[in-house]
Design a protein around this ligand. Structure first.
Ligand code: HAM
Length: 422
């Protein structure tokens, strides 16, 4: 029996790559002062039905979860933001603001099988809670840019496309008129965002047809979409990023509106410049979500992004320098440092004692668990990428320390070998 389509299993080589991604994510987030949290893998289905909106609601893996009393409908987490909003709303008084939190959950979405989309993926979530100023949006975009730079991606290899839902909201309020003369509602606004979200890929006829109820046409919408003038909320973010020397990584692009329902202000998505892959990351402000989650009790501004591992890994693999960096990291993780060769089986207890001393000293040490020819043991040492082989044989209490790359040999006492390598 195989794994279900779209779900992940990790043999050592792919597991090393996954760990490279997760550890790099963690390293950069910590460098920016974010602290790690985690939530539950199964949440009440209602959490997403009410708060996420968009396509996501139809992509839920539901499970019957036991509750006391009875049973409620649960869902495997498709994203982290509703969980974070609920966790923060429940105990926000305990935390100094702004809160800078990150997480690296695996998430599940019942997606159609397609390039860059799986049913299980890891997603870096970086969020700032309790800060209204655009300085927080800039800090968030900066951590996003630096995360990708940490993988060896350069300015000409990816771009953060910055946009603003508030700018689109003003456009909609100023230009839209319902055919039936009724006032525009929040639902109309979200329906409009979804049309804009698809407008880049859809035909003009399709976009026009969708815009009819709002008295708008594709031409006007596309003209606004192509204007590159930063809106009032984007201008300070751009200036802040420029001051950090990161201005070249971002572009104003109103084609981005984001699919999820909860976004309110600055929004963004990140793409490879070659544009061969789907978005590597997406996020923005969701200033109303905490209030919604707490029935108005907690009203804190918030913003964040999610970056998946699937597209990221594809992009890394397509860029030789980034790929080499990933492979070097994985090789270093795997490599054994010292291989102890038991050349005389009677000396196995002494060899075991040496292995133990070196491991206690923090070295990565391996050896043949059962009797084997010396040649075979050296082959194993080479295959494991060991730097040194220590030969326990004839010369005991002295041992031969061999540097495998240069074939250099040194005959030293076993205590000296332990000290030398330990
Ligand atoms: P999202 O745009 O739905 O946003 O997902 C963010 C990223 O997760 C995507 O750009 C993509 O890299 C990855 N991703 C999403 N679905 C899949 C999939 N089926 N397979 C592989 N990768 C996938 C959110 O989830 C928001 N909650 C992000 C956020 C955090 N906003 C504020 N804080």
């Amino acid at each position: 029996m195989q794994t279900l389509p779209g779900f992940r299993e990790f043999y050592p080589d792919t597991c090393a790559r996954r760990n490279y991604i997760l550890e790099t994510w963690r390293g950069v987030a910590r460098r920016y002062g974010f602290v790690e949290y985690d939530g539950a893998v199964v949440e009440p289905l209602g959490l997403y039905e009410k708060k996420s909106g968009g396509e996501l609601v139809g992509q839920m893996f539901t499970v019957a979860a036991m509750a006391e009393p009875g049973e409620i409908k649960g869902a495997l987490r498709p994203e982290m933001t509703p969980t974070l909003a609920r966790m923060v709303a429940a105990r926000e008084r305990e935390f100094r603001k702004p809160m800078k939190w990150f997480s690296v959950p695996n998430c599940f979405r019942h997606e159609r099988q397609q390039r860059g989309r799986l049913r299980e993926f890891y997603q870096l979530n970086v969020d700032i809670i309790g800060e209204q100023s655009g300085a927080a949006d800039a800090e968030l975009v900066a951590v996003l840019v630096d995360t990708l730079r940490a993988f060896g991606l350069a300015e000409n290899e990816f771009v953060v496309r910055l946009s603003s839902r508030s700018a689109w909201q003003s456009f909609f309020r100023e230009n839209a008129k319902r055919a039936d003369g009724a006032a525009l509602t929040d639902e109309d606004e979200y329906a409009f965002f979804q049309i804009v979200d698809k407008a880049e890929r859809a035909s003009a006829e399709k976009t026009n047809a969708a815009l009819v109820p709002f008295g708008l046409d594709a031409e006007r919408v596309l003209a606004f979409m192509r204007s590159k003038v930063p809106s009032v909320d984007l201008a300070p973010v751009m200036a802040d990023l420029t001051a950090r020397g990161l201005g070249g990584f971002v572009e104003v692009d109103y084609a981005i509106v984001r699919g999820l329902a909860y976004y309110t202000g600055v929004v963004f998505e990140v793409f490879d410049r070659a544009k061969t892959e789907r978005a590597m990351a997406g996020g923005g402000r969701y200033d109303g979500l905490l209030a919604l989650m707490s029935d108005g009790k907690v009203n804190l501004p918030a913003l964040g992004f999610g970056m998946g591992d699937v597209v990221l890994e594809k992009v890394i693999e397509s860029l030789p320098a980034a790929k080499a960096r990933m492979e070097a990291w994985c090789a270093a993780q795997r490599a054994c440092e010292v291989f102890v060769v038991v050349a005389k089986e009677e000396l196995r207890p002494q060899a075991l004692s040496l292995v133990q001393q070196l491991r206690d000293a923090g070295r990565r040490v391996d050896f043949a668990l059962t009797e084997a020819k010396v040649g075979k043991q050296f082959q194993a040492a080479e295959a494991l990428g060991a730097r040194y082989a220590v030969l326990v044989g004839e010369e005991w209490p002295q041992v031969k320390v061999k540097t495998l790359a240069t074939r250099e040999e040194q005959l030293v006492s076993h205590e000296a070998a332990a000290a030398l390598l330990g």
